[in-house]
Design a protein around this ligand. Sequence first.
Ligand SMILES: [Zn+2]
Length: 281
Amino acid sequence: MIFSAPERFIPAAKDAEISSSKAFWFLFKKNELLVFASSVNRLEVPYIKDPSDIAISIVARQCIGHYDGKPCYTAEVPDSTQKNDDFIWSGLRSLYGKLDDDLFAISGRAYQIADWYRNHQFCGRCGERNKLQDGERCLICPSCSLPHYPKIAPAIMVMIKKGQEFLLARSHHFIPGMYSALAGFAEPGETLEQTVHREVHEEVGIRVKNIRYFASQPWPFPHSLMIAFHADYASGEINIDPNEIEDAGWFSATKLPERLPGPISISRKLIIDTLRRLKSV
Ligand SMILES: [Zn+2]
């Protein structure tokens, strides 16, 4: 699954000593990753000894693991870092298909760790400057001991089937013509199944049953974990919440929306899986 760590990647559970050997450096300026053009439509993550090799200074760096035995570091660079014709700053989404798939997946992890580090420099309870905890990936407050771990926000996605039809919806921010499966964040205290029931009822006013796990996908925008399900329609008529979504309807293999979500997303895989299941019935 896209953004999930490849088999050849061994994650580091904590920061490690910097080595003097070459390493993959995932360098982020705000939300953009530094990449090089190696050929037409192919981009590379720098594989270098140190960012100073390419005249980049960094604010902080973390070892996130090893890929094929090679260290992988993630680091933040100052916002003031100047543009340079030798490299490109790019948002992660637009790198899909241009970077090697494995390095693209690792870049999602690298981004989440760099973003967590940048956003937790100070204790959220007492304001003291946090310090990295020995032995685990945690920023801890030396004054009140509050730990700050990398944040992951679980969100559900659900494909509701009714006979030969399935429910898709579009949110206000989707590109024109695109529909996708319903999705929403889990709230404190909920099981994922309860989140499915609540989100479906809130967004389209219907009830579902027979919820089955499909797959999950880390989604580093900025720190979600999307957990996708199949479910069956139980009762009710579509009645959308206009604050949440713009439109929803029943689609089928012969009546698809003008546009589906891009191949980077688990929603695309959920829709393809649904079409395959309908075909095999
Ligand atoms: Zn504190």
